[in-house]
Design a protein around this ligand. Structure first.
Ligand code: PBG
Length: 324
């Protein structure tokens, strides 16, 4: 008789036949930073913190020591610095460039990644520049891409290893690549949010940065959750435009897209377990309804099994310590 259970009979045999293994080196740790001297708990994401630059350096160092190779930065920008054209997004002395310099000075080997998009800096709370026609909002593509290029350059000048456009404007990967190359930043990589869906799972993140759109939604630039073929179109474009790593976001509800992306491209595939996925696990674990450690490791294993080579997760540091 054929007995599949023989391959499950002991921890040793299960270890031998295991197809997917998680490791701290799979993770990118998203971290929030603000321009204050104190660290602040984030109400919408229990367990996450808006760090001072000093706090950020310490937290990133602890994760790095546990084997997490990379962090990605999200700034909470003071309200008075937000403008319709998001000029603060390319201020060379702004919060993100200062945070990059502090991180690279303390941890030269850590891979520092930055988010490229206007929403934290834009008084309209959109990833691009908004033109208002009465009640109608138009998100201006090409004007936004010019600002994104300036933003990517200011991050590269500060020493970022990788920039990560999360804005979903058309043509931005190519434009950013050209701008970086022209200023001799040919070694700065681009991790593109290739298939980024217009998802309600981003709600807690927008609370963390107070960056929710003031009006309208993001459906004219982020993808329709109902579409899979369209992700292939985005993959082909981002590859041709020069992206180094492609991303799917969110992760858990989009495992089919991760699998399809893994089949379609030879580039590394990243998946972002976003704030809403984090919050669902965190809130259900707080009163012991779910076993947090088991659920986190299972959810991350599922994302990796689907085809992700890299996972962005707010659990990166905890998971790395559990995997030790
Ligand atoms: C904004 C950005 C968002 C996230 C990462 N970059 C929010 C959005 O698109 O509205 C979401 C991350 C998360 O929910 O964890 N460019």
């Amino acid at each position: 008789m054929i007995r599949p259970r023989r391959n499950r009979k002991s921890p040793a045999v299960r270890a031998l036949v295991r197809e997917t293994t998680l490791s701290a080196s799979d993770f990118i740790y998203p971290l929030f930073v603000h321009d204050k001297d104190v660290n602040e708990a984030i109400d919408s994401m229990p367990g996450c913190t808006r760090w001072s630059i000093d706090g950020l350096v310490k937290e990133a160092g602890e994760a790095y020591a546990l084997g997490v190779p990379a962090v990605v930065l999200f700034p909470a920008i003071a309200e008075h610095l937000k403008t319709p054209r998001a000029e603060e997004s390319y201020n060379d002395d702004g919060l993100v460039p200062r945070a990059i310099k502090a991180l690279k000075a303390a941890h030269p080997g850590l891979c520092v990644i930055t988010d490229v998009a206007l929403d934290p800096y834009n008084s309209d709370g959109h990833d691009g520049i908004v033109r208002k026609n009465g009640d109608d909002l138009e998100i201006l593509n090409d004007e936004t891409v010019e600002v994104l290029c300036q933003q990517a350059l200011s991050h590269a000048r500060a020493g970022a290893d990788m920039v990560s456009p999360s804005d979903m404007m058309d043509g931005r990967v190519e434009a950013i690549r050209e701008s970086l190359d022209l200023e001799d930043h040919e070694n700065v990589s681009i991790m593109a949010y290739t298939a980024k869906y217009a998802s309600a799972f981003y709600g807690p993140f927008r609370g963390a940065l107070e960056s929710a759109p003031k009006a309208g939604d993001k459906k004219t630039y982020q993808m329709d959750p109902a579409n899979a073929r369209e992700a292939i179109r985005e993959i082909l474009l981002d590859e041709e435009e020069g992206a180094d790593i492609l991303m799917v976001k969110p992760a858990g509800p989009y495992l089919d897209i991760i699998a399809q992306m893994r089949e379609t491209t030879t580039l590394p595939v990243a998946a972002y377990q976003v704030s809403g996925e984090y919050l669902m696990i965190k809130s259900a674990s707080q009163d012991g309804w779910l076993d947090e450690k088991a659920i986190v490791l299972e959810s991350l294993t599922g994302i990796k099994r689907a085809g992700a080579d890299i996972i962005l997760t707010y659990f990166a540091k905890d998971a790395a310590s559990w995997l030790k």
